[in-house]
Write a new protein. Structure first.
Length: 227
């Protein structure tokens, strides 16, 4: 942990992060005997700092507004990691037969358009609480099959393009999980963070305190969860 980060946290003893979304945050099932992301975040914050978990394993973007309806009193920051399950639910499209590359792109564009609508509505709902909001990209999975991995990473670029565009359009901080969880050991299985990956995610969330999250006119990308 850097000295500057320590000083910034000390200056915000009443900080209260709320983690919404999916199993990127709600990863306790996948790290038995080890702390999940929210517990690792609590351990980083100075006394007085809090972190609450609203994220639910398996949730999709449309579930986030319902999660935030349970926003705890005293919340100061909302961090959302959602979209991976939306993408996973559309993986079947990749097996469709098409007559041309153009037809394939058109089908993917339709999937992207639906996701963009859902993601934009979710972000606008989160912002209505009047708190600083940060979002996460979808990290690259770790499928053992080379062909599936290559296609998945390419397809996820469509979803991550939506996330980055919608975040930047609103001047929100972006935690780029593709760069934060960048090692096989960061994963408990092909699509869930391990305790090591969770620790990196927790440090990246805590790092929001050093970059400021109240200005809405510009965005910043957090690309590392290293101390």
């Amino acid at each position: 942990m850097s000295e500057g980060m320590h000083e910034q946290r000390a200056a915000h003893p009443s900080i209260h992060f709320v983690l919404a979304g999916d199993s990127v945050f709600d990863n306790g099932t996948y790290v038995p005997g080890c702390p999940d992301v929210v517990r690792q975040l609590r351990a980083i914050l100075l006394p007085g700092g809090r972190a609450s978990l609203l994220a639910v394993d398996g949730a999709v973007v449309r579930d986030v507004p319902r999660q935030l309806a349970r926003l705890p009193a005293g919340a100061t920051h909302i961090v959302v990691s959602a979209g991976g399950n939306d993408a996973l639910s559309q993986e079947w499209v990749l097996g469709d037969s098409v007559r041309s590359v153009a037809e394939a792109l058109d089908r993917l564009a339709r999937v992207r358009s639906r996701f963009r609508k859902d993601y934009a509505e979710m972000l606008d709902a989160a912002l209505r609480y009047g708190l600083p909001v940060a979002v996460c990209t979808i990290y690259d999975p770790r499928f053992p099959e080379a062909d599936r991995q290559r296609v998945a990473v390419a397809a996820l670029a469509l979803f991550n393009d939506v996330i980055t565009r919608e975040a930047f359009a609103r001047g929100l901080p972006l935690l780029d999980l593709r760069l934060i969880c960048n090692d096989d050991h960061d994963f408990a299985n092909p699509i869930e963070p391990s305790a090591r990956g969770g620790a990196k995610i927790a440090r990246a969330v805590a790092g929001l305190l050093t970059v400021g999250t109240t200005a809405r006119h510009s965005s910043i990308v957090i690309r590392t969860g290293e101390s």
